[in-house]
Design a protein around this ligand. Sequence first.
Ligand code: HEM
Length: 464
Amino acid sequence: MSEIVGKFEKKKLGKIFLTAPGPTTKQMFSQLLRARRDPSGFLVEMRKKYGNVVQFPLPILPVYLVTHPDDVDRVMRVNAKNYGKRTIQYENLALVTGDGLLAADTQSWKRQRKLIQPAFHHEAIMRVGPDTVLVTERMLKNWQKLPNNSVIDIDDDMMHAALEIVGRSLFGTDLAGDVEKTAQATLDALDIIVARARTPITFPKWIPTPNNRKLAKALKQLDGAVQRILDERKKITAIAGVDRDVDMLDLLLAAHDDEGGLNSKELRDQIVTFIVAGHETVASSLTWTWWLLGSHQDVQTKLQKEVDEVLQGRNPEVEDVANLPYTRAVVDEALRIFPPGWVVSRRSLGEDVLGGHEIPEKSVIIISPWATHRHPEAWNKAESFDPTRFMPDAPTPQKGTYLPFGIGPRMCIGKDFALLESVLMIARIAQEWNLTPAGSEPIPRALVMVRPAGGLPMFINRRN
Ligand code: HEM
């Protein structure tokens, strides 16, 4: 059945009008395995096959993949008020993070963002400098015990380091003793989210399926970590009062507006959100940066040269980051090729038009930084690793072309924190070590974040 409405020819599938090209139900079924095995690659292929706006053949809900930078910019920034976060992706995430900043829908988000933004102001995130160096030193001490040309799993090391840094910098807590358990709990919880998103039938949380039991255990673990963070803070405040550096947790505890401050449930949700959002994202970005550096030795040598010249053998500090433009460009380019958050989603609140296609209200919009970063209209030779794209003298990327941290009002609140941490850690390691790949080319596994399937073995060698 089809009818012409305005300039759009609409076909019907179940209750849904099809307003953009895309696979038929039969084609979609034949692609399901592929889509599960390599979802980020699948989205790129869909764009190549059907164009900038692709509609998936779901009979109950209009679902669109939007990849062109202009359309991405419209959804996330220009017309952001027309798009909320009531999607399966964020509803599942909320099982772990509650109504924290990342998963919150518009109304609740607005209040939270105003309350929380000051906690990410310049001075508050400066703590990340010394904390990053301290945690990196601790990791390098273990490397130093190994003979040259040993193989380490860089993915594993980056995961542990990133969690410790979030704990220390944001909450003044040494999560080191707890790292194993908290890291595993975070990963378990995120794994279940992915499993739920991939299964057509999901059981309510209270039915004790194996996955729900695993989720309950992981949540207990995470809640335990949050409680320890808060208990420790009480202890520190009792001993030192206010006579100490104010950190993000103090700012969260002090935040208030006309409606008051954050209650204990809201505090728990924000802390879990920061652990979830600030851990695996940064770790994934660092892991891929090392893989790219290892497989492009010329780039690694150039980065080492910059680091040596600027630091002259001393530890890096936050103030050095401005003088390490090549190191920063390497991180930026790694985030382009391997954006950890490879997919985000929105729900349209009213009608819109994207790429010439009518988008009805209540549509799900899938945006994939992974696919847009590979769009030929966004980037020249998109597949090649070229940090010079991000050097200060390179042209500023066009709007909607570069989205590792999202864009518009829902952009990542931890962007500056993550970039400082990444540049400092890469610089500190590069001062002493040279890394090269120890296995075959890693296969990116796109779950909540894009991580290398089965870890990432690399040879480590002292530079002198
Ligand atoms: C390389 C590291 C990181 C990457 C790639 C990343 C990526 C992203 C992306 C793509 C979004 C937007 C999601 C959307 O539009 O639906 C986002 C939002 C967010 N991120 Fe990050 N992130 C990183 C690090 C961090 C860190 C370190 C923190 C906290 C300490 C953090 C906390 C958040 C929060 C709270 C939001 C929600 C912001 C809002 O909606 O107001 N992220 N992040």
